[in-house]
Write a protein that binds this ligand. Structure first.
Ligand SMILES: NC(=O)c1ccc[n+]([C@@H]2O[C@H](COP(=O)([O-])OP(=O)(O)OC[C@H]3O[C@@H](n4cnc5c(N)ncnc54)[C@H](O)[C@@H]3O)[C@@H](O)[C@H]2O)c1
Length: 509
């Protein structure tokens, strides 16, 4: 398994952030400078003084080689460790490198008092640092995965590094890795986790594009995988298909040690996850989401289930997967309307707690299409944070309902003519207008939200042909189920929502 390398100028906090990152991801931590010092039997200043920088770089190369075959770890590198092409190649072959960046003032502040342990910065710290940064500017700028560390706590910076690396370890009900990577890694990832006897569950659309490379990756890791393909679409998210899955599991000889691999959108994840949660009282499953919505939402949190004729998701279970692998390149085959619909949930995540993500959404659809990986990583991080705080939806997880109270009613009244995300986009704007009316937010907030949504091609107004009284009536049904009031998640500002109990639903529209 590849290592996660932290790199960047002295003073960016590679060791401190690295330790937190390792703890967050439940991985070992390696400080390469300490490895070098142990191998050499002397401190870095002593090596530099007695043997010079070039000898130190030689030791760095051997240390990098020595950790290559270690178990996956977070590795903090020295500030010049990858200046040599040979070292850079070694690191990039052995894993992913994230560059920590900071302004000169931050670095000077952090390094003040420690320049005697840093021979390359001896003399006036600011002058030495500034000249080092100038010399290495092109080098540092050539790393594509980056985290800006100024003005944030070490914990926040560790999260930024995780987002850049696309690596999360979700602790909610179960514990599992959530990885943004390449579907070609799936065989290896299953193997490392000791998962056995995989059966792929997918739908007809996804099968056309993405099954072969999944099977191939499994084959390379020694798995002779099985495949079940079901028809695509929400109308097939029902008991008949689930029971067909159970029967096929039996016919294919699945036992308690087998693994269901859900390759598809939210419909496949929900159904394959549910079938796995109930087959032989629960077997392992792995999510490989293939829609934007399923990457940033449905695959995270362990909710599985299917629909009844009486309503959506009425039967289900909490059954966390053993692993989620999201490959943003799979989204290139997704129909544009599905991609746009998924963007509504991304915008929602930005509004809930990531203003930077919200701003990125403001660049419009073309930008998004060219930067799917960044969008997926950031939006996943928001949902992961929310479900870790409240796995069983007892409190704050209700923030994820932003736009959904009105949105669900609009979706139902449109008789599902509107895609889920389209209805949620409308719901978010209606709810933002209500927050303004209640004096919870600034007057301009709904405009800011609706501009971003329409820039992505999402609708922001309730279609004229949908009767408002029917929408209110649909919300009333929900209200009855929830006693006296409905709990709305209302936007207060970009990055913050508040949970508010609302009794007068007519007032909302
Ligand atoms: N479990 C949860 O926490 C949770 C959260 C949100 C939504 N959901 C559920 O998710 C479902 C909606 O998921 P969805 O929007 O992913 O819909 P979906 O699974 O129906 O996929 C949408 C369409 O895109 C096709 N498709 C999927 N990936 C593709 C790809 N890479 N290339 C080409 N075509 C592809 C599918 O075949 C389908 O036709 C709903 O049933 C909803 O209830 C669950």
């Amino acid at each position: 398994m590849p290592h996660l390398f932290l790199y960047g100028p002295p003073g960016t906090g590679k060791s401190t952030i690295g330790k937190i990152l390792a703890r967050n991801l439940k991985l070992p931590f390696i400080d390469l400078d300490r490895v070098i010092e142990t191998n050499a039997g002397m401190s870095t200043p002593q090596i530099m003084e007695q043997h010079g920088e070039s000898a130190f770089r030689d030791l760095e190369s051997s240390a990098l080689k020595s950790i290559q075959n270690e178990k996956e770890s977070v590795v903090a590198l020295g500030g010049g460790a990858l200046l040599r092409d040979e070292n850079r190649e070694l690191a990039e072959k052995a894993g992913k490198v994230v560059l920590l960046k900071a302004g000169l003032d931050t670095l000077v502040e952090r390094l003040n008092g420690s320049s005697n342990t840093r021979p390359l910065l001896a003399g006036d710290l600011r002058t030495q640092l500034s000249s080092m940064l100038e010399k290495r500017r092109e080098h540092y700028n050539s790393f594509t995965l980056r985290a800006q560390v100024d003005g944030k706590s070490a914990d926040e910076n560790a999260l930024q590094a995780q987002i850049a690396l696309g690596r999360f370890y979700l602790i909610a009900m179960g514990e599992y890795d959530v990885i943004v990577g390449n579907v070609g890694q799936i065989g290896n990832l299953l193997y490392e986790r000791g998962l056995q006897d995989p059966i792929i569950v997918t739908d007809e659309n996804v099968a056309k594009f993405h099954v072969n490379k999944t099977i191939e990756s499994l084959r390379k890791s020694g798995y002779d995988s099985k495949l079940l393909t079901i028809p695509a679409g929400e109308e097939y998210k029902n008991l008949e298909i689930v029971s067909g899955l159970w029967k096929s599991f039996l016919e294919n000889g699945l036992d308690r040690k087998s693994t269901v691999l859900a390759l598809g959108g939210g419909v496949i994840g929900d159904m394959a996850g549910f079938a796995a949660s109930t087959y032989m009282r629960g077997i392992a499953w792995v999510g490989v989401p293939t829609t934007l919505l399923s990457m940033v939402d449905a695959s995270l949190g362990g909710k599985t289930g299917f629909d009844l004729p009486e309503g959506k998701n009425l039967i289900g279970s909490f059954h966390p997967p053993k692993l989620v692998l999201a490959d943003p390149s799979l989204l290139l085959t997704l129909p544009e309307r599905e991609l746009i619909s998924g963007m509504a949930e991304v915008v929602k995540h930005g509004i809930i707690s990531d203003p930077e993500l919200f701003n990125l959404c403001g660049h419009g659809l073309d930008w998004v299409k060219n930067n799917l990986e960044e969008i997926v990583k950031r939006a996943m991080a928001v949902k992961i944070k929310v479900i870790e705080e409240d796995p069983y939806e007892k409190g704050f997880r209700a923030a994820l309902n932003l736009g959904h109270t009105v949105g669900h009613a609009v979706e139902l009244v449109s008789k599902f003519e509107l895609r889920h995300g389209e209805a949620i986009a409308i719901g978010m704007v209606v709810e933002a207008k209500y927050a303004e009316k209640m004096g919870l937010s600034k007057k301009s907030l709904s405009k800011v939200i609706s501009n971003t949504l329409s820039g992505l091609g999402l609708p922001v107004d309730i279609p004229k042909q949908l009767p408002r009284d029917e929408i209110i009536g649909t919300m009333q049904v929900d209200k009855k189920k929830n006693a006296k009031a409905i709990r709305f998640a209302l936007p207060v500002e970009i990055g913050k929502v508040e949970l508010v109990d609302v009794t007068d639903l007519e007032d909302v529209l």
